[in-house]
Each structure stands twice: as C-alpha cells, then as structure tokens.
Design a protein around this ligand. Structure first.
Ligand SMILES: [Zn+2]
Length: 286
C-alpha cells in the first residue's frame, strides 16, 4: 500500500545537530479515517502523525511512544502511537470527528486548541519502565507546542516542521516533516540559524520532484545521512479485539441478527477496518 514512506536520520553542523526528515504522504492517506474528514482536522491530525513519525527516528531498540494532544474541550483529542520498528497508528476522538463541517469552516486550529490544551507523551522504554511528560500548549498550534514540550520536559532544543499540501478535493497530495534537535555541546543559537535556513528553503521540501534522500543536501551544506527507517500503518486490531464490543450490544439486537441469519459488521474506530460476525458466531454469545 505504501510507496517509500520513511524517516531519514541525519547529523549536521559537525555532528552537533540531529535532523530527521520524514515523507509520509501514502501513510497518511492510508490511515485517514474517515477519508472525508474536514481539512482542518486532517491538518491537525496530519501534523500530529508527522511529528510522531519523526520521533521514531529518536527511539532506541524496542521503545514505543504514545503522543496525545488534548484540547480545551477534554473530549477533543488526537492520538498517535509509534514504535522503533516504524509502526504507526493514530486517530481522533469521536467528539472531534463529529464537529460539523459548518462549524469547522468558521474556526481556526487555535480556537479548537483553546487555552487549556495539553500535550502528553508516554515513552515505554521496555523492561516495564514508563516515562510520562505533560506540558501545556501556549502556541495553540501543535507543532510549536511540541517544541515547547521538548524544551520543558526534556530540556533539549527541538523544533518540528510539518508541510501538508492538499488538492482541490481536500485530499493530501504531499506530506513531509522535519525535526531538528541540538545535541549536547551545540551552541544554542544554532536552532535559530536552522529555523532561518528552513524558512528560506521551504520550496525544496514542497517540491514533489525532490526525493526525500536529496532534500538534506539541498538545504544544508554540512550534513550526513546516517540511517533510514521505513514506516508503516499498523493498527493491531483483530476480530478477537472487537468481540467485547459485540458483547456490549443489546441482546435483542443480537437475537434479531441470528433470527434473520444476517451478519453484524463492526468497524475498528482507529483504522476503519471492517469485521463481519456471522450468525453462528453471534449465537455463541447468547
Ligand atoms: Zn484497527
């Protein structure tokens, strides 16, 4: 399904700066559920997934990370889960998906984030060791708030960039991102210098004819590619996982389906995969 979506790991400025690049256009299109999601939500969700994809490049063997963006309305949330193998999944809370297009047409992301937004990151370091950090969202725009998270929670200068291009049907035609992290010993002013370089060279990132592998060398003079990680959509759902939902349906609805000899279709709310439960499987629950 995916066509060359990956994270590129590089070291720049005399190996004092770690810069990660990601291309995830097909991944986002594959994951987007429902595909008719409003452009504003697609942007917020896409930026969250792109940032999580970039963080994959910083994970060590067998580590996992969960990123949760919680907006002022506590029911409005975006989730992304990633691991060091490049597996990615992410979704929006139902309440966020159900905001009507009419409402969304008249607001900006800043208003959805509101003044009580927060970023929650849980890192599973393996061996039952979890690290959780929470920060507020003073910038109200996800990307800069994630930079703020790293500054506050991990005391590292980190910047995120997400570039998402839509066509006239509001489908994502290009999605790329960059994460810049200063390594110990790097002069702090470097982050501003890199910010300027990236602003000047944004057209390179936005040009689809530039392959991701070529982009680092086109933007920065002193940069070395040190690794790459393929990324793929992996939900982890299965028919077994959805059985409890079938169980929670009204007994009379289950009986009705058995009587009519009709299957019941359940949809995974994370990835949209459909699972059919046949009458004999439903009868087993009665
Ligand atoms: Zn699923």
């Amino acid at each position: 399904m995916q066509n060359g979506n990956f994270v590129l790991q590089t070291l720049a400025y005399n190996h004092q700066v770690r810069i990660l690049f990601v291309e995830n256009t097909e991944l986002l299109n594959d994951m987007c559920h429902p595909p008719s999601m409003h452009k504003l939500l697609k942007t917020a969700w896409g930026q969250t997934i792109t940032s999580a994809c970039l963080i994959i490049g910083t994970l060590k063997y067998n580590q996992r990370l969960s990123l949760k963006i919680k907006f002022s309305n506590a029911r409005h949330k975006i989730f992304a889960d990633v691991d060091s193998m490049g597996n990615v999944r992410g979704y929006l809370s139902d309440e966020l998906v159900h905001i009507t297009p009419d409402q969304l047409n008249h607001i900006h992301l800043k208003q959805i984030v509101g003044d009580k937004g927060s970023i929650h990151i849980t890192k599973d370091l393996g061996m039952n060791s979890l690290f959780t950090g929470i920060t507020d969202m003073p910038y109200r725009n996800i990307i800069d708030d994630l930079s703020h998270y790293y500054q506050q929670s991990e005391q590292t200068s980190t910047d995120f960039y997400s570039y998402i291009q839509f066509n006239e049907n509001e489908e994502i035609v290009l999605s790329r991102g960059i994460m810049v992290q200063l390594l110990p010993g790097c002069p702090p002013h470097r982050i501003q210098q890199i910010k300027k370089e990236l602003r000047t060279h944004q057209y390179i990132l936005a040009d689809k004819s530039n392959g991701l592998m070529e982009i680092p060398g086109k933007i920065f003079k002193d940069i070395e590619i040190v690794g790459s990680i393929p990324i793929q959509h992996f939900c982890g759902c299965s028919k077994e996982v959805l059985y409890p939902i079938l169980h929670s349906l009204e007994k009379k609805d289950l009986k009705y389906a058995v009587m009519k000899a009709e299957p019941i279709e359940l949809v995974c709310h994370i990835c949209g995969s459909k699972y059919d439960f046949e009458p004999h499987e439903i009868a087993g629950l009665l």
